[in-house]
Design a protein around this ligand. Sequence first.
Ligand code: PMT
Length: 415
Amino acid sequence: MLNGKVIVLGVTGGIAAYKAAMLCSRLVQKGADVHVIMTESAKQFITELTLQSLTKNPVYSDTFDERDPSVVSHIHLADMADLVLVAPATANVIGKMAHGLADDMLTTTLLATTAPVMISPAMNVHMYTHPAVVANMETLVSRGVSMIEPGEGLLACGYVGKGRMEEPETIVEVVERFFEQQETTEWSMANEAKAPGLLEGKKVIVTAGGTIERIDPVRYITNDSSGKMGFAIAKAAKDMGADVHLIAAHTDVSPPEGVKTERVESAQDMYDAVMREFDDSDLIIKAAAVADYRPLKTASSKLKKQGEKMTLELVKTTDILETLGKYKQKQFLIGFAAETDSVEQYAMDKLRRKNCDLVVANDVTKSGVGFGTDTNSVHIYDAEGLALHLPLMSKEDVARRLLALAAERMTKGES
Ligand code: PMT
C-alpha cells in the first residue's frame, strides 16, 4: 500500500524520538520512500546515522546545509512529499505549526508543503491538556492537519496519563488507511463522470443471497449471505447502463428498485434461472453463496423426532459457476470466493478450475468483510494473479470498482 509513497518524517525532541527508528523501519518495509528531518533537540535523543541507515536517505536538520546546489532542500522535500508526518510532535513544534513559525528545517518544510500533514503528539500529560497546547491542536485540526491521538499510560516523566506517542505499528496502520482512503476518493473523482455509460448495451446477470436447501417443509440448510454484495453490484451495473437480470436467493434486504429480479430458493433453482439467461448475456457475476451440498431427500411432511441421533445424507449440488466456465463463449465471468484462510491460493484455484475471468476473494474472518456487513474488502484475481486490492469500503464502492475493472477488461477483449 505504501509502495512508492514519499513520506517526509519530522522527528522532534522528546523521549519518544527513539520510536522514530521503528517507525522508519516499518514504513520502509511497507515500501515507502522515507526522508527524515530532525530538529536539533531530536538529535539529543536519537542519531541521524540511525535514521539514515534505516531509510537509506540523507537525514536533514540544518536549513542552510544545502547539499545539492540544483535544489533548495526544504522546498524540494516539501514538494516531493505525498505526506508529511511529524512523530513525535512535541508541544513546541505544535505551537510553531499553529502560529506559522519557520525557524528550522522542519518548520520551514511544513510551511512550504502542500501535502497532507499528520502529527503524532507526545508529551507530559499536563502539557497535553494545557489550554495553549489544546488551542494549538484545535487550530491545526481546523486547518486539515490529521492528529494521531497519543495513548494513555506511564509516561517517561513518571506521570501516568495521556501523552505517550502512539506505537509505530499503529501509526503505520493510520498512514496506510490514509493512502487507501485517498486512493478511493481519487478513483471516484476520476471515474464518476464516465461511470453511467460503462456497461451500456450489455446484459449482466448477477446472483445474490444464500440458497436454501430444504430438509422438510419447515427446516432447511442455508448460510449467512444477506444479499447486500450482490444487490450492490446489480444496482451499480444498472447505474452504468446495463440491462441487469438479478437472480436472488434468500436475502435479508430488499433488492434494488428498478432492477429486474427473479427470486429463487435452492442451488438447483438458481442453476435453472442462470442457464435460462446465459446465452445472450455479456457479463455474469456470481456473488451468491450457493450450497455445495443439499439433502438427498426432501421430506414432504415435517420430520418427527426419533431416537438420540439423526443422520442427514447430503449430495453435491451442481456447481453453477463451473458449468458457466465450461460453456462460456463471449461471456465475461466473475466468481466470488468467501475464504477463511489461504485466501489467494483458494481464489486462484477457483479461478482456474471454474474458468473465470476474475475471482473476487473476501477474507470473511476480517471485521467488516463478507457476510451481512455493509462494507467489504476484497482481493480481485485474474489468471496472472492479483489484479486489484480494494481496502475496506462500502459494498456499493466495491461494486463500482469491480464493474469498472470488468468493463475495462471486456473492452480490451473486444478490441
Ligand atoms: O451477501 P452478503 O451478506 O453481502 O455477503 C457477500 C458474500 C460473502 C456472500 C460474497 O461476497 C461472496 O463471497 N459470495 C460467494 C460466497 C461463496 O459461496 O463462495 P464459495 O467459495 O463457496 O463459491 C465460489 C463461487 O462459486 C461463488 O461465486 C459461488 O457463487 C459459486 N458457486 C458455488 C457453489 C455452487 N454450487 N455453485 C456456484 O456457482
